[in-house]
Design a binder for this molecule. Structure first.
Ligand code: PEP
Length: 247
């Protein structure tokens, strides 16, 4: 099993208007020589236009969430099929802001992952412990349980990534030590292999949580780190490209 190509994905969250598409164009321009894959996940209303503007570039476009059903009476929701139809290639699922703010359980995340794979999207499945769980010495079992519960039993060979995002590191400027990141990524790798056998080696494990130009190089070169999911620092092309170039 060959190692996965590293991925740097930007999560714009609920930020960005159509004017922000110029940042995406600047990212595409600056990412031409990137050593890995690069993705931007804007709010869903920008996906279609961003895909058109970035057509022919190497930057992939993704959603930030998707419903577990393909269509139906779910007012306000967007399905994976719709993201695909708008041009998206990937989707973030199980972000801690969804797990906390919308009470998404591992089971819900797993159903969303299946919907994304059905639609032909590449899921980025987020897991991570709270500060209380880390301080209580429970970070490893909490996160590995999330990995077990948030992924479907079988993979059907379609690609996906896991993003380890400690909840306490998101948007706070705090990050785990490199040793803590490596310990967690090794535990996630072992869990993926236990669940999927050799295919678990082919899954990129991204780190997310306060990645910025000043810490990107160290984090991206840590053992078992296969890229990054970047929030705040993905909104400005210069910052995001500095992270992409740290690969
Ligand atoms: C995120 O929300 O996925 C994230 C990693 O945010 P930030 O980089 O701002 O901590």
């Amino acid at each position: 099993m060959t190692a996965p190509v590293p991925l740097i994905a930007g999560n714009w969250k609920m930020n960005g208007l159509r004017a922000s598409l110029s940042e995406a164009v600047a990212i595409a321009e600056g990412a031409k020589e990137a050593k890995g894959r690069v993705a931007i996940c804007p709010p869903s209303l920008l996906i279609h236009q961003m895909c058109e503007m970035l057509a022919g570039s190497r930057v992939l476009v993704g959603g930030q969430d998707a419903h577990w059903d393909d269509f139906g009476a779910f007012t306000g929701d967007v399905s994976a099929q719709m993201l695909k139809d708008a041009g998206a290639q990937m989707v973030i699922l199980g972000h801690s802001e969804r797990r906390t703010g919308y009470r998404e359980t591992d089971e819900i995340v797993s159903r969303k992952v299946q919907a994304a794979l059905r639609a032909g999207l590449e899921p980025i499945v987020c897991v991570g412990e709270t500060l209380e769980e880390r301080n209580g010495g429970r970070a490893l079992p909490v996160v590995t349980d999330q990995v077990r519960g948030s992924l479907p039993a079988e993979l059907t060979g379609k690609p996906f990534s896991v993003a380890y995002e400690p909840v306490w590191a998101i948007g706070t400027g705090l990050t785990p030590t490199t040793a803590e990141i490596e310990e967690m990524h090794r535990a996630i790798r072992a869990t993926l292999k236990e669940k999927f056998g050799a295919a678990g080696e082919g899954v990129a494990i991204l780190y997310g949580g306060s990645v910025k130009p000043s810490n990107a190089e160290e984090i991206l070169h840590a053992a078992e780190v296969g890229g990054a999911l970047v929030g705040g620092a993905s909104l400005k092309a210069t910052d995001f490209l500095a992270i992409v170039n740290a690969l």
